[in-house]
Design a protein around this ligand. Structure first.
Ligand SMILES: [Zn+2]
Length: 312
């Protein structure tokens, strides 16, 4: 690994969920799912996340927010970036917030890590929920979810971010054909080829399809707890870290200067950090906002795959 660096491009340090910041206390108000999750998973702060990632020799760490609901804005990443100043004693911090990242240098060793602000956005592809990943966006910038996938990726690219299609053949994915369509038209820079949270079958099917097209496997953990972040990642040449910029990251992805390290997250971890809190949050969300939530569940469970969406 001497000339290579480890990059995490899709990772939720905590259970994702829209979270508002309380204007008086400046603390996040957690959603039902996050509250349930916190009953049996330790909630991290930025120090815990950064220190763990340094320990695991991660060089580029993306913190991914999640814009799945039109109703609420996920401000967790903005909140993490705001907490960074508390680490000044142990880390020298160089902010490049307009490019959506900060360079962190550990004072005791001089070791560098790039912390990227990212966001997974749930778009619409012909009535089907389709997630995309925006990597390197100002932590305070919000892209509206639920809009047409082509329009959303254009918006994200115009902001200068690295834009990829998330887990195209999983639930909340746009489908493999659409992912290739977006890639071939130059609307996205890359396609996630391996997602540690997806099933083995999904990853195999996707890997085959990408290989057939001569594409490389961009691997991401997409984990939902900061201690699962090191499971799957992509390695890039060391030069990328030395003079990191968003443009250089995009260039490396486009020139296929990376290799995917593929490890599936165990079912028990996926269950504990994702499936269970999602399931537990259903009754609470139903009580809080029944009409909105039933509509959301319907579109996630029964995606209208081929019919175009009708607008009145
Ligand atoms: Zn994700």
């Amino acid at each position: 690994m001497a000339n290579e660096i480890k990059a995490i491009l899709h990772n939720h340090p905590h259970f994702y969920g829209p979270c508002k910041i309380d204007s008086e206390t400046n603390m996040p108000e957690w959603s039902a799912g996050e509250w349930m999750y916190s009953l049996y998973n330790q909630a991290p702060n930025i120090r815990g996340i950064i220190e763990y990632s340094f320990k695991k020799n991660i060089d580029i760490l993306t913190l991914s927010g999640c814009q799945a609901h039109k109703r609420d804005v996920d401000k967790s990443i903005q909140n993490y970036f705001n907490q960074l100043s508390a680490l000044k004693k142990d880390f020298e911090i160089e902010y490049h917030l307009d490019e959506g990242f900060a360079n962190l240098f550990k004072r005791s060793s001089g070791k560098k890590m790039v912390l990227i602000s990212g966001c997974e956005i749930r778009t619409d592809h012909q009535g089907r929920t389709a997630d995309i990943n925006v990597i390197g966006i100002h932590p305070g910038t919000y892209i509206e979810p639920g809009e047409n996938i082509d329009e959303t990726v254009k918006k994200a690219k115009d902001l200068g971010a690295l834009v990829t299609v998330c887990h195209p053949n999983s639930a909340n994915g746009c489908g493999i054909d659409k992912a290739f369509g977006l890639y071939n038209k130059g609307l996205v820079h890359g396609i996630e080829g391996f997602n540690a949270m997806a099933s083995e079958t999904e990853n195999e099917e996707l890997g085959e399809a990408l290989k057939e097209k001569g594409m490389k496997i961009l691997a991401v953990p997409d984990s939902h707890h900061y201690t699962d972040v090191n499971i799957a990642y992509s390695i890039f040449p060391k030069e990328l870290l030395e003079n990191f910029s968003r443009e250089k990251l995009i260039e490396n992805v486009q020139q296929k200067n990376f290799e995917g390290i593929l490890n599936q997250l165990s079912f028990s971890r996926r269950f504990k950090t994702h499936l269970l809190p999602m399931g537990l949050s259903v009754p609470m969300n139903l009580i809080k906002n029944p009409r909105y939530f039933i509509k959301f569940l319907k579109s996630s469970i029964f995606p209208k795959k081929d019919e175009p969406k009708i607008y009145n």
